[in-house]
Design a protein around this ligand. Structure first.
Ligand SMILES: Cc1ncc(COP(=O)(O)O)c(C=O)c1O
Length: 390
């Protein structure tokens, strides 16, 4: 059969490692899974209780609001006020999305079409590249990561693109490279976007996952950002609510209204008990992101200190739940798929091959901090035994 849109998708390289992991587990091996960024920390208890209670009320079994119920949007606006000192009108500047991934993908449908161009960092979280492609747009990949001046690269890509890009996709703290920016950097970009009439879409998935005192800035903290920018905020990592699929598009009211209109045709909103429980999480468990963050912080230290101790030099990331580790020199020629496969087979440790995030990621593997410190300690011991050339 011939299919539209999916035929051009390359095979998902992460499935190669996943297959090896499953095979090893079937053979009885204990594989420590630091591959897929799927949080293992429980969601806030208060949200779980509210979900169960709200699910028992038949009134909540009907179609809900595709924009998100008013109290949910208000809770998100209050969170932005508390956390980032950003004012949002819950009626016009906040829209509930079914996770940042869904929000971003459908947002590209309303912003882009055939003949349009988007600038997207590379390497990147795969949907950042594929969402504009699904919308029919042309994607120019802008190098980001260790040793790159991403701002200069962006300007260069802008100047070399015709037609001029309509959208720039951004995401800081960045998955997979863990690159972070400060408010001054975002201000320069907002100035550029205002001058050149380009829309900034900022995926802020790691808004609360940051260490050593670093506080990731929201793009909406830049004065005037709402003229050109929207941001995706999600409860996935901050509140460890990945499976619940609760996120928000916030910022420019015209763009928020455009996606709201599209979504009114596409869906009836998330299951209402989920919206109610997410409201309670934001209002009543507002310190939960800090608790979650402490756990990632200790895991980051356990992994990075451990790797450095065994001679695999890595830098400690300032944010995200990942470590973007350069493949050690004696193994570099293998490339990331062969190296990650070697790690599963010989060390029983699963990582994500960097090439899965784009060709320029091939010199790295990505560790996700989704196992506890004891397991991370075990992973380091396994790696020391397997990496005999270190
Ligand atoms: C950059 C980035 N955006 C979005 C997501 C997914 O967010 P959500 O669960 O809200 O769809 C992830 C998850 O790994 C991510 O790394």
């Amino acid at each position: 059969m011939e299919f539209r849109r999916i035929n051009a998708l390359p095979p998902y390289v992460f499935t190669i490692i996943d297959g090896l992991k499953m095979a090893a587990r079937r053979a009885g091996d204990d594989v420590i899974d630091l591959g897929f960024g799927n949080p293992d920390i429980p969601s806030p208890e208060i949200a779980v209780e509210k979900l169960a209670e709200a699910a028992r009320n038949p009134r909540n079994h009907r179609y809900s609001s595709s924009k998100g119920i008013p109290k949910l949007r208000l809770a998100a606006a209050d969170l932005y006020q508390r956390r980032f000192d950003v004012d949002l009108d819950p009626d016009t500047e906040v829209l509930n999305v079914i996770g940042a991934k869904e929000g971003l993908t459908h947002l590209m449908w309303v912003l882009l079409g055939p003949g349009d161009t988007a600038l997207v960092p590379t390497p990147s979280y795969p949907i950042h590249i594929y969402a504009p492609l699904f919308a029919g747009a042309d994607v120019r990949r802008v190098p980001l990561g260790p040793g790159e001046d991403f701002f200069a690269n962006l300007i260069n890509a802008w100047e070399n693109a015709w037609p001029r890009p309509k959208v720039i996709v951004l995401s800081f703290p960045h998955n997979p490279t863990t690159t972070c920016v400060d408010l001054e950097w975002l201000t320069r970009l907002v100035d550029f976007a205002r001058q050149h009439d380009v829309i900034l879409v900022h995926d802020f998935a790691y808004s609360d996952t940051a260490f050593d005192g670093y506080m990731p800035p929201s793009i909406l903290q830049v004065p005037g950002a709402k003229d050109v920018a929207v941001e995706l905020y999600t409860l996935t990592k901050s509140f460890s609510m990945a499976g619940w699929r609760v996120g928000f598009l916030v910022g420019n009211a015209e763009i928020v209204a455009a996606l709201a209109k599209l979504k009114s045709y596409l869906d009836y909103g998330a299951f209402q008990p989920i919206q109610i429980a997410a409201t309670v999480a934001m209002n009543e468990a507002s310190d939960y992101p800090k608790e979650v963050n402490e756990i990632y912080w200790s895991r980051r230290d356990a992994l990075c200190d451990g790797l450095n101790r065994i001679g695999w030099e890595v830098e400690k990331p300032k944010a995200t739940m990942f470590v973007w580790a350069p493949i050690p020199e004696p193994y570099r020629e293998m490339g990331s798929v062969e190296f990650a496969s070697f790690l599963v087979n010989e060390a029983k440790v699963a990582t994500s091959p960097g090439i899965g995030f784009g060709a320029t990621g091939d010199g790295h593997v990505r560790f996700a901090l989704i196992e506890n410190e004891q397991r991370i300690g075990q992973a380091v011991r396994n790696l020391r035994r397997a990496l005999t050339k270190l």
